[in-house]
Write a protein that binds this ligand. Structure first.
Ligand code: TEU
Ligand code: CA
Length: 539
């Protein structure tokens, strides 16, 4: 299997708004990230994925871009960006930017010119005389009327995020120029936002009525997608030592191989979301009780069907997801379950992604007032559910569990005011548990979640079989344990995880000739796995 730096290194995702505020305006910024580079180095981070910092009206916190080649003043300026790249490279950390090219902001110059039908920009977006019945990712209609142009335009997300028309070669050429601009500045790769939505059915027929995302058959991994990805790779990415990870929604392992097979020269890896439905019925707002098998099945499915053909990513959290301890672990066994989840995940095959705060065990927020939530998706869904006559109480209960703000509360650096994130009232409230859960405290505790993550990151450097070994499930039908084997010709790792809050007695112990290289418990009984106990054996 082809070796590559982006297969070996740990990627750490930074949501800039919530990471570190250097100028005390209550909002994280680039200078704050530069301040924390020593922290990233200490953890063992190899690559930083930076969520958008471009010019934006911030309707979707920067995923609505109004200038792809300039920085939002709230985060800093281009000289800060160049300094960040330089300082990260100085300590051998690479930088991956967020590439949001399915849509721009309606404040983008291109959209303003498109509304006025100026030259080549007229067809940079999707315009129709009549709306389609499609619905969007944030609930509600996906086509809106523009009074000035007197036509409807497509926006799969918020109204301020019009979808770009990728069938237009002029648009594709401008996008390629913009990507080249960042690569020339020294950026080492891109996380491509909802990249499998970029190709639409240019006939715009009526969409099939569905519970969510009516009309998705006209843009979800549409055939032209592969043509456009191959074109980006051929004309831009292949000319640099860079890597691309696609955020691809509603894809199967089969799609995953099509998108990440090295032979096809499209993307290097993708984020898939099948395992993110482990606690919901297909739509995150329809919550169901988590069962370990609901996580094991999709993760194992992707391991068994993508390994050796394409390349996986390993993630449980991001700026779009609630915290994994609340979803798949246990607050009663907070530390044990956080460490177990990390063990379960990061010894699988694929590039590991850590989302800021995950490495110290940050948890969901629980605001009682809707006004305390800032996320556009949360507010849109609230309005939609009220129209569907859901009670306020019932909706708030869902929001507490599902809102993307659960993963966006300020990073908890220490137990000082605002968790050391800022001297000013932060844009989003700090989780009140910051006095117990913070970097400073965990740095000092050799048994902390932070130091457990450091051990995992170190082990990945010591045992290449973790990165390049094969994967096999063990005792797959076991509903309480997640056990798997990683191996190559001369090495074997066995990973055992108890996914329950009870002791689990194994009927046999097969690893007496193996060396225990990691566990989240100090004592390990041969036959009994304690609640959320994780072990890694090596031979
Ligand atoms: O997310 C796309 C996406 O699918 C998520 O919005 C997902 O539908 C939702 O979070 C499920 O709750 C990307 C970005 O990661 C997200 O932050 C942006 O809001 C979105 O695209 C639009 O750019
Ligand atoms: Ca700031």
């Amino acid at each position: 299997m082809e070796k590559a730096w982006y297969k070996e290194g740990i990627v750490y995702q930074i949501y800039p708004r919530s990471f570190k505020d250097s100028n005390n305006d209550g909002i994280g910024d680039i200078k704050g990230i530069i301040e924390k580079i020593p922290y990233l180095k200490d953890l063992g981070v190899a690559i930083v994925w930076l969520s958008p910092v471009y010019k934006s009206p911030m309707e979707d916190n920067g995923y609505d871009i109004s200038d792809y080649q300039d920085i939002a003043p709230v985060f800093g300026d281009l000289s800060d960006m160049k300094k960040l790249i330089k300082e990260l490279h100085k300590v051998k950390i690479k930088l991956v930017m967020d590439l949001v090219i399915n849509h721009s902001s309606s404040e983008h110059d291109w959209f303003k010119k498109s509304v006025k039908r100026v030259g080549k920009y007229s067809d940079y977006y999707h315009w129709e005389d009549k709306p389609r019945n499609w619905t969007g990712f944030f609930g509600g209609k996906a086509w809106s009327y523009n009074e000035e142009r007197k036509q409807y335009y497509l926006h799969l997300f918020s109204k301020g995020q019009p979808d770009l028309n990728w069938d237009n070669p002029e648009l594709r050429s401008d996008i390629k120029k913009m990507i080249t601009y960042w690569l020339e500045l020294g950026v080492d790769g891109f996380r491509c936002d909802v990249i499998n939505l970029i190709a639409k059915n240019n006939l715009h027929p009526r969409g099939r009525k569905r519970l969510i995302l009516t009309g998705r058959e006209h843009y979800l991994s549409y055939p032209n997608l592969h043509k456009y990805l191959h074109e980006l790779n051929r004309d831009v990415f292949s000319k640099y030592d860079c890597f691309t990870v696609g955020e691809t929604v509603f894809v199967s392992p089969k799609d995953g191989v099509l998108l990440t097979s090295p032979k096809r020269k499209e993307l290097d890896m993708v984020f898939q979301f099948e395992h993110m439905d482990a606690d919901n019925y297909f739509v995150k707002w329809f919550i169901k009780k988590f069962k370990p098998m609901n996580l094991k099945k999709p993760l194992s499915n992707w391991q068994n069907n993508v390994n050796e053909k394409g390349w996986n990513t390993l993630f449980l959290e991001s700026h779009d997801q609630p915290r994994s301890i609340n979803r798949f672990g246990s607050l009663a066994f907070h530390d044990e379950s956080a460490k177990m989840l990390a063990t379960m995940l990061y010894f699988q095959q694929g590039t590991p992604f850590i989302y800021q705060g995950q490495e110290i065990g940050m948890t969901n927020i629980s605001f009682d007032n809707l006004e305390d939530y800032q996320d556009v998706e949360t507010h849109n869904i609230y309005k939609l559910m009220r129209k569907m006559l859901f009670s306020k109480k019932r909706i708030m209960k869902k929001i507490k569990y599902v809102s993307r703000d659960n993963g966006r509360t300020p990073m908890q650096w220490d137990d000082s005011k605002n968790a050391g994130f800022s001297d000013q009232k932060p844009w989003l409230k700090v989780n009140p548990n910051y006095k117990d859960i913070n970097v400073a405290k965990e740095h000092l505790d050799k048994d902390s979640i932070y130091n457990y993550y450091k051990k995992i990151i170190k082990l990945r450097k010591v045992y290449p079989v973790i990165v390049y070994g094969k994967y096999r499930d063990i005792d797959f039908n076991n509903k309480s344990l997640f056990i798997y084997r990683r191996y190559d010709k001369t090495n074997e790792l066995i990973v055992l995880c108890n996914f329950t809050d009870k002791d689990y007695t194994m009927d046999k112990f097969e690893y007496k000739n193996h060396k225990l290289i990691l566990s989240n418990y100090k004592e390990n009984d041969d036959f009994v796995l304690k609640p959320y106990e994780a072990r890694v054996y090596y031979k």
